[in-house]
Every structure is written in C-alpha cells, then in structure tokens.
Design a protein around this ligand. Structure first.
Ligand code: SF4
Length: 375
C-alpha cells in the first residue's frame, strides 16, 4: 500500500491563544522523550510505501535540523520514501529558529511551509505570534540560500482588528516575496481556547461571515492577478507547485499519521491517536498500540466524505474516477443535492464532473455538509 506520511512535532516555542492543535510549550527533556517515542512508533508502524512526507505541528523547527533529518532518515529506511518525493516541513519564522535550512535541504526536505499568518505588526501581536514581518522575509531569504525552491506562506484572515486594507497589504507582501504557494485560512474559534473566551466576552471583535467573505474574495482576486492558481478552497499555487501531500487528502487517498493526536486513513479506516501525550509516549515506547479512536467508513459515509474532499479542489469530483473507485454514479446518487445547489448557483455539474462555482466556494461548508449528510 502507498500512503502519505504525516509526522506531528508537538512542541512550540510559545503557545498562540487561538490554537487548538496538540502542542505544548517547548521543554528540552520533554521534547527528547517525545522524539524517542516518535522513533519507536515509526519502527513499529505498518509496512507501506510512502508517497509524500509532511512534518507539521506544533512547530517542527522547535527541534534542531539534525533531529528533523534523523527522523526523515528513519522514515526513508522504514517506508522507502522515493528520492523525488515531496518532503515538506512547517516552519515557524521566528528568527531564532530558522537556521540550518541547508542541512534540511541536504537531508532530503524539498518544500517549506512558513507560518507567517500576517505581515502586520498589530495582527501578529493579537495572534500572539512572536515573529515580525521582517522575520518572514528573512526566513524566505534563508530558505532560498539553503536551496529551497518550493516555499509556501500561510496567511490568516478574519483576525481581530484586520481590515480589508491590512489584509491586502499582507497578501501583497506574500506575493512580493516570490513564494511558490500561499495558503489562506479563515480564523476559526476553537472551543476551550483563550480566543473562545474572548469571543464570548466581545463578539464584535471578530469578523462576521460577510466580512470573512469579503476578505476571502480579496485573496482570490489578488493571488489570481499575481498568477497563482486557486486550486483548492484555501490554497493557491504557481503552476507546477501544488502541494502533493495535501492533494492526496483531497483525493481521499491513504495516509499514515505519526505522533500524538495524529490521524490516519488506511484501508477505509480513519483513526486518530490520543491527544494525551503521556499516554502516547508510554504506548509507543512500550511497543504497544497507540490509544485512540477509529471508525471504518462505509457506504454513504465513505462516498460523502470523498465528495466533500474532492469538491474542495478546482477539478471537483471526477465522475468516472468516482464510479471506478466507489461503484457509485455521483450524478444519480446525489441527484437531488446536485440539483438543489446547482439551481442556487453554487455547484456546476456536467462534462463528467461536479464542481463548486466561484460563489459556491464561499459556502463550501454548507454544500459539502449536504453531501455528507446524505444517508
Ligand atoms: S499556532 Fe502553531 S506556533 Fe502557535 S501554538 Fe499552535 S502550533 Fe504552536
């Protein structure tokens, strides 16, 4: 079996108030124990051939480049990562964490994803980020000097205090850096975070749907005008630089997640490791199964999920591929839903595919939800 590999690096130099990922503030001893557990899990993971590798977190570069490279070497040994495979790591652009890109490049990484979020000092402050706009530019410069020709910048819209003008400046700044890929995510408020408490106290500080839609439209307009393909709801790439690792998710392809809280989808079974780090480490180090949850996706749950993922992409659902893989004719199986959303101008069906319209991308959650809900 071939699968994409995701490796979760669980430590951060600081904790951002909006974040709901499985992450902890960096502590050297804890970080050492965690990486030992990660290596133990890699050694006992199911045998498969890796198509791509993605390091996420947390903050992978809270660890030294040599450690990231050592784990990649182990992944190569264990999963036969091909030399031409896309191998990405997320990077926090804090200047103190961005040395050694040449070491990463020599060790086999060929794509960087920089968590810029914004180029505006006030927005970075409100997001609790400790880097500056100059740090992002410096990270790109160091990445280029280190031999990286494939660089993504993550940006966030809907940040409290953000205006259309300040969002436009961030987009322009990202474009001016000459990166190959830009991801734009709307801020989501996750339960239990400091941001959730802030929103409960002061809802007006946060962008409403209408404002979010205007900010998203601005991203589409500016990145499109700069020559980026809007190939997935949140993702824009220069031709030839789509993220292959994520493309596998949207194809509903198999993936193996390693690390605390990581998710896998193998053989139609979706599973998620526990977010209890101590429990994760104890199991991995003892060579036992990692505790967590799993569910087998069958029938409409499986096809609904596949439609939802494919609709995120500019190509949408390819009916022939869908029929071959799931034995389901998407046009007939989902006829009432397609008819309803096509009439509303949110979907277009024909020429062998079902796709979101430009307007449909703004309401993708509603449209996808309808396919998921079909039973
Ligand atoms: S947003 Fe990123 S850097 Fe901030 S706490 Fe979450 S994982 Fe860490």
């Amino acid at each position: 079996m071939t699968a994409a590999l995701y490796v979760h690096w669980a430590f951060c130099p600081y904790i951002c108030p909006y974040c709901d990922f499985a992450k902890w503030a960096y502590d050297e001893r804890a970080a050492e124990r965690y990486v030992s557990a990660l290596k133990a899990e890699i050694v006992q993971a199911p045998a498969l051939q890796a198509s791509t590798v993605f390091y996420g977190g947390g903050t992978p570069n809270a660890y030294a480049p040599a450690e990231l490279v050592r784990v990649l070497a182990l992944l190569r040994e264990r999963f036969g990562v091909r030399d031409d495979a896309e191998v990405s790591t997320e990077v926090n652009p804090d200047r103190s964490l961005t040395s050694g890109f040449d070491e990463l490049r020599a060790g086999g990484f060929n794509r960087l994803s920089i968590g810029a979020q914004s180029f505006e000092a006030a927005e970075l402050h409100v997001l609790g980020r400790q880097h500056t706009a100059d740090d992002v530019a410096e990270t790109v410069r160091r990445a280029r000097a280190g031999g990286f020709g494939n660089v993504n910048v993550d940006l966030m819209f809907g940040v409290p205090g953000q205006t259309e003008a300040s969002w436009a400046r961030s987009l322009d700044a990202a474009i001016a850096l000459g990166v190959e890929h830009v991801s734009t995510y709307g801020l989501t408020i996750e339960e239990g975070t400091p941001y959730a408490r802030w929103q409960a106290r002061e809802p007006a500080a946060f962008a409403d749907d209408e404002r979010e839609a205007r900010l998203y439209a601005l991203a589409i307009e500016k990145l499109g005008a700069a020559g980026f393909e809007h190939y997935e709801i949140s993702n824009f790439a220069r031709p030839g630089f789509r993220c292959e690792h994520n493309a596998n998710y949207w194809r509903n392809g198999a993936y193996l997640g390693l690390g605390v809280g990581a998710a896998s989808y193998l053989g139609g079974v979706r599973s998620t490791h526990t977010r209890d780090r101590a429990a994760y480490e104890a199991a991995a180090l003892a060579g036992e199964a990692i505790p967590g949850e799993s569910e087998e996706l069958t029938g409409d749950a499986r096809t609904g999920e596949a439609v939802m993922l494919a609709l995120r992409t500019s190509e949408g659902v390819d009916a022939r591929t869908f029929r071959e893989r799931y034995g389901v004719d998407v046009f007939t199986h989902y006829a009432p839903i397609i008819a309803e959303y096509a009439a509303a101008g949110l979907l277009v069906a024909g020429d062998g595919s079902v796709r979101l319209t430009a307007r449909g991308r703004f309401l993708a959650n509603d449209v996808c939800g309808a396919f998921l809900a079909r039973t």
